[in-house]
Design a protein around this ligand. Structure first.
Ligand code: ZN
Length: 408
């Protein structure tokens, strides 16, 4: 009976269709089946078949079925491997054998009886006799196998049943559940209240996050707010955001949103804006403290501006302008503190008051070092900008000479 159920539910049931005929890969019946439809029922064996248009003739399948049983004081998870070999025009051949038995008891160490498991070609292959095996292996536990399906008539030790074990738990292998629910209060509670999404995360790589937000989880449970498997990660993420904004994570108003995704996305946006504002604020202090030194070293060039048509090139007069240039072009004129470089004079090239490129002129040999627009790329105005500055290079040099003369 279990074998029949496994063949029916774990395997795919396929028909291969050519232009002339359709072949049931289960019973081997070949007939002039309907064209175009994606699925049909085999007139010979009555199986619903998924139809594939192909010239292939063969299909091999391998799947696993778990049967939950009780043996004396043990909860037993028996895993059967199902092989099927199909060929168009022939009756399929099946081979089913048991490969693993996992024995669980709340008070005892878990034991595994299984066949040897070797890695050959694609995936693990079982061979040899059923014997007690170690689950410790360099390659991870090969005996924690995810079954394709669990046989629905389950026998369950009362200790596990009391904790709410049912086959409805998707996304977690029975091994994980029996291994952990008795020893983990958090997982046990999540299982009892059917919060399978969070349970999955608790048994997986987000176990600490679930624990960290446990007070909020309890609010959800009390308010019968179910978190689906699909939403569980987003919900945890949303809790982190509530924490960041110091919202009350015990209030159902925040913890149980009617539109989780919308609230989550709104807070993400808010956090990005907040962090940007903070960076600018932090840099404000840097700007103020650098401005005096900047005036001292480059003040002699202030007021320099050249125009040609719509294009204007002018000297940056405030460190804050370095920040603006850097932010709007995503380059490093501010982060690398060009305002401190003795040899550099920085200009902003603007069209109608909008900065298009940032220009660096060397004060040693009065030559353009670089002129860059967004993400360090040259814009269409690049040549025009270079020409305009070169034409006025003497005026820049004269400013410097005037100061030197004064000093002398
Ligand atoms: Zn058939």
């Amino acid at each position: 009976v279990q074998r029949e159920w496994g063949l029916k539910h774990c395997l795919k049931h396929v028909a291969y269709r050519t232009k002339k005929q359709t072949s049931c890969l289960d019973c081997g019946h070949v007939w002039a089946g309907p064209q175009k439809v994606k699925s049909c029922i085999c007139p010979a064996c009555g199986t619903r078949l998924h139809v594939e248009d192909t010239l292939k003739r063969k299909l091999d399948q391998r799947e696993w079925m778990a049967v939950l049983d009780v043996n004396n004081e043990f909860q037993v998870v028996r895993i059967f491997e199902i092989f099927s070999y199909h060929k168009a025009g022939e009756k399929a051949r099946y081979y089913v054998w048991e490969v693993i038995q996992q024995f669980f008891n709340p008070d005892l160490e878990m034991q595994v009886v299984g066949r040897l498991c070797g890695s050959m070609g694609n995936g693990n292959n079982f061979y040899g006799d059923m014997e007690i095996r170690s689950t410790d292996s360099y390659y991870g536990n090969k005996y924690d196998l995810w079954p394709t399906k669990i046989y629905p008539k389950i026998k369950c030790l009362p200790e596990y049943k009391r904790n709410g074990y049912t086959v409805a738990v998707h996304g977690i292998s029975p091994y994980q559940i029996f291994n952990k629910i008795i020893s983990d209060n958090v997982a046990e509670t999540l299982l009892k209240v059917k919060q399978y999404g969070l349970l999955e995360l608790r048994l997986g790589n987000k176990r600490h996050d679930v624990k960290r937000h446990w007070d909020s989880v309890k609010i959800c449970i009390r308010n019968k707010y179910m978190i689906t498997a699909k939403d569980a990660v987003t919900w945890l993420d949303y809790m982190d955001l509530l924490e960041y904004f110091r919202k009350d994570r015990r209030s159902p108003k925040y913890v149980c949103p009617t539109n989780l995704k919308k609230d989550h996305d709104r807070l993400v946006k808010k956090k990005v804006a907040e962090e940007k504002r903070r960076t600018i604020e932090k840099q404000k202090q840097k700007i103020e403290s650098s401005q005096k030194a900047y005036i001292k070293s480059k003040g002699m060039f202030f007021g320099l501006a050249f125009t040609s048509g719509r294009l204007t090139v002018k000297v940056l007069e405030h460190v804050e302008e370095f920040l603006n240039e850097g932010l709007s072009h995503h380059h490093c004129v501010f982060t690398n503190a060009y305002y401190k470089k003795e040899d550099s004079l920085i200009f902003s090239a603007q069209i109608n008051g909008q900065s298009v490129e940032t220009v660096e002129v060397s004060l040693t040999d009065f030559r353009i070092v670089q002129s860059r627009g967004i993400r360090n790329q040259a814009t269409d105005y690049n040549q025009q900008i270079i020409d305009l500055i070169n034409k006025n290079m003497k005026a820049i040099a004269d400013r410097r000479k005037a100061v030197k003369k004064e000093a002398a």
